[in-house]
Design a protein around this ligand. Structure first.
Ligand code: GLA
Length: 409
């Protein structure tokens, strides 16, 4: 997929100046690749779905807690041409690689990017949602394997294409849940709802707070006149991510079961507070207790961050991000030397208001709120100091909050 990040730099080399995938280029590619699209050019649609960066609320979604993700202007785009033959076929703009499947015989996962499309189709069919065949050309500005939810973006863009390319009959939350189920049950990754939710329901200019138990959500605007959202990719592969992620989930479930044995009303860590963790200390093994402690305190930090952003209290936002990072490092054990190094550099750089690891962890990215006039200096600090301490090459993205998946007009 093309690397066309407008504001991204890797090491000391700017990777390009085109931040968006030109819709005209995608349309030309789909009509070129699929001659039938030439007969009805008016039926070709360009769909987009953003990646996400989570401000705070990590490993809380599958524990029925709170998350505060931002949909970002690194995204997946599909130029699609609906067909009536129940076949789905997509070609990658960058490499020309093609993959597809029949909607009437989706089969099981193959082990490639098409699984996210097939899983979404499978889940839409399971939900009784009408699906249509299409031919498409796919491009992305989202780095893969960086923890910025390129999979969720592909799922949401595919959901729109599978719905026929027009506005789907289903609302964003329903589409997000369908996509999550596809990833859980078809692809086999036990993720929570956050990534698909963020891609479906992004807010231009801000984040969206989701209560993963009630599914209520509300926009949280960011002070973007003063602060910039900067994502630093550690450049380290997210090794063992899937197995370690599932292990963390199991540890959280172990804590819930131990407490629920004496407090039957407890269904998830959302029903647990620190007093309970103290009271049932002897029932919990140290690992389950540490994981639960992270989740319980992280939920409070999400709500406190929302309030601090509303009040323009950047000191408090910075403290909450720092506490979140420490808790993820020490109690949830999902940080890495590379992520700690990025956060340490951020903490020592003037104008960085807040910094922490974002997403699942085990590598991937940090999220930073940086005073606009200090972004260039921060970028320079990361690009100089990080390779020196870690031997790795960072990529720095200055990103903007955007709206959720939909048609490119
Ligand atoms: C991954 C998962 C999300 C969430 C985060 C951690 O991104 O896909 O559902 O659990 O990790 O907060």
């Amino acid at each position: 997929m093309p690397t066309t990040e407008r504001r991204a730099t890797t090491g000391d080399a700017t990777t390009g100046d085109a931040g968006v995938i030109d819709p005209a280029r995608l349309v030309a590619a789909v009509t070129d690749r699929y001659p039938k699209a030439r007969e009805r050019p008016e039926a070709v649609r360009v769909l987009r779905a953003p990646g996400r960066v989570n401000l705070i609320g990590e490993h809380t979604d599958y524990n029925m807690g709170f998350v505060l993700p931002v949909a970002i202007d690194l995204e997946v785009r599909i130029a699609s041409f609906p067909t009536d033959d129940r076949q789905v076929e997509m070609t990658l703009l960058e490499t020309g690689e093609t993959a597809g499947f029949s909607l009437d015989a989706i089969g099981s996962r193959r082990g490639g990017w098409i699984d996210y499309v097939a899983g979404t189709a499978w889940s839409m069919v399971a939900a009784g949602t009408p699906v249509h065949g299409f031919r498409g050309v796919l491009a992305s500005t989202l780095p893969r394997g960086a923890g910025l939810s390129s999979s969720a973006a592909l799922e949401l863009a595919s959901a729109w294409a599978l719905a026929g390319g027009g506005a789907p009959a289903l609302d964003g939350m329903t589409l997000a849940r369908i996509a999550q189920r596809g990833e859980n049950e078809y692809v086999g990754v036990r993720c929570g709802l956050m990534d698909q939710f963020a891609s479906a329901l992004g807010v231009p200019g801000g984040a969206r707070l989701l209560d993963c138990r009630s599914l209520e959500h509300r926009p949280v605007l960011l002070p973007l006149d003063e602060l910039s959202l900067v994502v630093c990719h550690s450049g380290s592969p997210r090794r063992l991510e899937a197995s370690a992620y599932n292990e963390r989930r199991a540890e959280c479930e172990r804590a819930v079961s131990a407490i629920a044995a004496v407090e039957p009303a407890v269904r998830s860590l959302r029903d647990v507070d620190l007093a309970m963790l103290e009271r049932y200390r002897s029932r919990l093994d140290p690992i389950a207790r540490a994981r639960a402690w992270h989740v319980v305190t992280e939920n409070d930090r999400v709500l406190a961050t929302e309030a601090a952003l509303r009040d323009g209290d950047f000191d408090t936002v910075g403290r909450l991000f720092a506490e979140s990072h420490q808790s993820l490092r020490d109690r949830f054990a999902v940080s890495s030397d590379a992520l700690d190094a990025l956060v340490a550099i951020a903490a020592g750089t003037e104008g960085v208001v807040a910094a922490r690891l974002t997403g699942a962890g085990f590598g991937g990215c940090t999220v930073n709120l940086v005073r606009r006039e200090r972004v260039a200096a921060f970028r320079a600090a990361i690009e100089q100091d990080y390779p020196r301490t870690t031997g790795l090459r960072p990529t720095v993205y200055e990103v903007e909050p955007v709206g959720g998946a939909g048609l490119v007009s």
